[in-house]
Each structure stands twice: as structure tokens, then as C-alpha cells.
Ligand binder design. Structure first.
Ligand code: PNS
Length: 174
């Protein structure tokens, strides 16, 4: 354990998955404290509100005593500077993640040369899971139980059921 080191795990987490939980667990064993920093990112079409994503991440990490979940806006490097942290945690699943992550890590380091990004690899059981795929499967009525924690599955079902009902009502009008 790196005593006294505060690390930040940023993302949109829409929704948080078993893969995210695996990464935050691994990070919590390596550093004194992990801040899960959730961004609103207006350019993305989120299925869950910022408050719901915070609530879900807090629920799934309630047993990890050194993990705190917060939201941030603006540049990530500015947030890191504000809380005096210089370590970013990101998860890597497959080679396809690498280009985007590499670019982001180098850009963040260019914006603040003290920042280091540390990549953790998920358990191989989660390498194919992505929030976008899970949303699509849930929207189409597929089983997502193996990919997300129970509370996330419940919330996704609520949203997707609502969405499906709206579509049925809509199509019955014509
Ligand atoms: O895992 P995600 O959802 O793709 O996370 C992307 C995230 C939130 C880490 C990234 O978009 C970000 O840092 N946004 C904050 C704005 C910012 O600092 N942008 C420059 C990144 S190089």
C-alpha cells in the first residue's frame, strides 16, 4: 500500500459495471484513498443522471472504506490540483482501449506535468464489458445480470421498462 497517496479514478460510469468495481477494488488495495470522480459530460447522452450515477457507485463501493465518490466539472487536471492529487487510475480492457487512453494520459500530463496515469487491468472475466453495450442489451430486453451489480441491474430495468412502455404507447397511437 502506498501510504498517504490519494488517487483519482475518473469516468462517466453510465452505468457503473462489474469491470469498474473490479478496478476500484484493485486501486483501493494499492493506495490510501481513492476518489471516484464522476463527470457530467454534457456531450454524452447519459441514461442516468449524475446524482443517480453517484448514488449507484456509492452503493456498490459501500464496503470499501477508503473509497469516496464525488462529481466534478471542468478539466480533470484542475480538479486533481485542487485536491492535491497527482495520480489518475484508469482501467484497460483490451488493445482497443489503448489509443484513447494513451492520448488522454499524455494530454493530461501535458496540461500538468506532475500527473501520472496508472493503468490497471480488469479481471479477464470483465474484459468484454462496456457501459454502452450493457445499455444496449438492457434496452433490448437482454440479461445483464452477469455484467453489473444487482442495484445497477434494478435501476437499468426500471429505466428500460419505462422506455419500452413509452415506445409501445407511442406505436399504439398509429
Ligand atoms: O471513462 P470515460 O467515461 O470515457 O471517462 C472520460 C473522462 C471523464 C475521464 C474524460 O472525459 C475527462 O477527463 N473529462 C473531463 C474533462 C477533461 O479534463 N478533458 C480533457 C481530458 S484529456
Amino acid at each position: 500500500m502506498n501510504k498517504g497517496i490519494l488517487a483519482v479514478y475518473p469516468g462517466s460510469f453510465d452505468p457503473p459495471t462489474n469491470g469498474h468495481l473490479d478496478i476500484v477494488f484493485r486501486a483501493s488495495c494499492l493506495f490510501s484513498k481513492i476518489i471516484v470522480a464522476i463527470t457530467e459530460n454534457a456531450s454524452k447522452n447519459h441514461i442516468f443522471s449524475l446524482n443517480k450515477r453517484i448514488d449507484l457507485f456509492q452503493k456498490i463501493t459501500k464496503n470499501l472504506k477508503n473509497v469516496e465518490v464525488i462529481s466534478f466539472s471542468g478539466l480533470l487536471v484542475n480538479y486533481l490540483e485542487k485536491i492535491n492529487s497527482f495520480i489518475l487510475i484508469r482501467g484497460l480492457r483490451a488493445l482497443s482501449d489503448f489509443e484513447y487512453e494513451f492520448q488522454m494520459a499524455l494530454m493530461n500530463r501535458k496540461l500538468n506535468k506532475k500527473i501520472e496515469t496508472i493503468f490497471l487491468m480488469t479481471d479477464q472475466a470483465y474484459t468484454f464489458i462496456s457501459s454502452n453495450m450493457i445499455k444496449e442489451i438492457a434496452m433490448l430486453g437482454g440479461n445483464i445480470a452477469d455484467f453489473v451489480p444487482d442495484c445497477v441491474e434494478k435501476e437499468l430495468k426500471k429505466v428500460c421498462y419505462c422506455d419500452l412502455s413509452k415506445k409501445i404507447i407511442q406505436s399504439s397511437k398509429y
